[in-house]
Each structure stands twice: as structure tokens, then as C-alpha cells.
Design a protein around this ligand. Structure first.
Ligand code: ADP
Ligand code: ADP
Length: 224
């Protein structure tokens, strides 16, 4: 089968992580979440983590140079030979171009960029109720997707917490950064015929079905 090099993007809190987790269970390609990679670098206190933390805490983007180096190394690993799902990368035109250069050098290309879209008001509702487990970042929402037992992860029993950058003032900054630096990617990928739009306001299972339908169509298109 041909490879599937997917980009999943959208505003913070749109449901990318929730959808990526569901997709990972079905697609045989690795999920690459730059947010998660950065948070583990911070936890482990690596050089990258030390450099990235102040940007993340302030809701700013980590500089392209650091992110591009991290993602390029990941994309060239063996398990990503048949493809990958990128969650949260690229987030700037510079990152998109760097990815295209790298893939081009490997005679590969981006299959599609899938935008999971919700309004700014919905972002605020979703992020203010988001809780993640300390062990593996499984996602919950206090109202929309509560765990069986309050404050405890259904999947691994670890504690649920609010992310430091999910505080209202940082969320406002992240949204502004999204509109200014990440939204231009829509025109960038649309010009190449790679954009696919998903309405992220439905329930997670419906959004998932829609994304699956898009992927099925992409596969058919690859096959002809
Ligand atoms: P969300 O999708 O909820 O906004 P992420 O977990 O994707 O959050 O990202 C958390 C933070 O990590 C971002 O606010 C940013 O500081 C940093 N980050 C993640 N991905 C990138 C990227 N591709 N470029 C720059 N910074 C990034
Ligand atoms: P992202 O990775 O884009 O930042 P998440 O997947 O972490 O977003 O989702 C943000 C919050 O919204 C989480 O608390 C999650 O449980 C909740 N959520 C995700 N998808 C939906 C949905 N379709 N409807 C309602 N809440 C959702």
C-alpha cells in the first residue's frame, strides 16, 4: 500500500489529540505529537526541554529551528517509513516548507492536511474543561467526556490534571498565535490541493467518522 503522510491541524483545543488517539488505533502509522514530545522533553529536563519551556508557558510557539530538528529526526525513523500522522506540526509556513524539503529529499510528499475546525468560543469551552492524565496524556473533559471516576484516568488509573498552559490568559495568547501564524497554512495547502476541512463541532465519534471517510477517499485517489 502507498504511504500516508498526514497533517492534522486546527486551533488549540479543537480535538486534534482526541482524534489522533482514535486514528492511531486504526492506522498502522505512528502518531507524532509535537506538543507531547515537547512536554516530555521539559519533564526530562533535556536541552531542548529547557529551551522550549518558556515559550510553551507563555503560549508562544517554540522557534522553528528547534521544532524542525525534532520532527525531522522523528520522521526519518523506521516506523514512519509507510507514513505518519503529525498532530500539531507544522504550525508556521516556515515549518511547512521545511517538512516539504525534507520529504522531497526522501522522494516523499504530504498526502493531505486535515483541518479540525471549531470557533474561538468553543476552544475556550473545551480547553477550560480539559484534563489530561499525568502518565500518558489521555484526554478528558469535565463535562463533555468525563472519566468514570472523577480525577482518575479510565485507561491507566493515573491522576488527571489541568495543563499549565490551559489557563485562560495563556489560552487567549495561543489562539492569537494560531490565527496569526498557523491559519495561513490553510491557503498554503489549499493551493497545492491538499486541504481537507472537518467540522470539529460534532461529537468525537462523528468527527472521527468524517476523518476516516476523508482518509478512505485519499487512499482511493492514491490507488487510481
Ligand atoms: P494545543 O494543540 O492544545 O495548542 P500542543 O500540545 O499541540 O497544544 O502544543 C503545546 C505547546 O507546545 C504550544 O503552545 C507551543 O508552545 C508548543 N508547540 C507544539 N507544537 C509546536 C510547533 N509545531 N511549533 C512551535 N511550537 C509548538
Ligand atoms: P487539541 O489536541 O486540539 O488541543 P484535545 O483533543 O485535547 O484538543 O481536546 C480539547 C478538549 O476538548 C479535551 O478536554 C477533550 O476531551 C475535549 N473534546 C475533544 N473533542 C471534542 C468534541 N468533539 N466535543 C466536545 N469536546 C471535545
Amino acid at each position: 500500500m502507498s504511504e500516508l503522510n498526514l497533517i492534522l491541524f486546527g486551533p488549540p483545543g479543537a480535538g486534534k489529540g482526541t482524534q489522533a488517539e482514535r486514528l492511531q488505533a486504526e492506522l498502522r502509522v505512528p502518531l507524532v505529537s509535537t506538543g507531547e514530545m515537547l512536554r516530555s522533553a521539559v519533564k526530562e529536563g533535556t536541552e531542548l526541554g529547557l529551551q522550549a519551556q518558556r515559550y510553551m508557558d507563555g503560549g508562544e510557539l517554540v522557534p522553528d529551528k528547534l521544532i524542525v530538528a525534532m520532527v525531522s529526526a522523528r520522521v526519518e525513523q523506521d516506523d514512519a517509513r509507510d507514513g505518519f500522522v503529525l498532530d500539531g506540526f507544522p504550525r508556521t509556513i516556515g515549518q511547512a516548507k521545511a517538512l516539504e524539503r525534507q520529504l522531497g529529499g526522501l522522494s516523499r510528499r504530504v498526502t493531505a492536511a486535515i483541518l479540525v475546525n471549531v470557533s474561538d468560543e468553543e476552544v475556550v469551552r473545551r480547553i477550560s474543561g480539559r484534563r489530561v492524565c499525568v502518565k500518558s496524556e489521555h484526554n478528558y473533559h469535565v463535562d463533555f467526556d468525563p472519566p468514570k471516576q472523577e480525577g482518575v484516568c479510565d485507561q491507566d488509573g493515573s491522576r488527571l490534571v489541568q495543563r499549565d498552559d490551559d489557563k485562560p490568559e495563556v489560552v487567549r495568547k495561543r489562539l492569537a498565535v494560531y490565527h496569526e501564524l498557523t491559519e495561513p497554512l490553510i491557503a498554503h495547502y489549499d493551493k497545492q490541493g491538499l486541504m481537507r476541512w472537518i467540522d470539529g463541532t460534532h461529537r468525537p465519534a462523528e468527527v472521527h467518522d468524517h476523518i476516516r471517510a476523508v482518509i478512505a477517499t485519499l487512499r482511493l485517489e492514491e490507488a487510481v
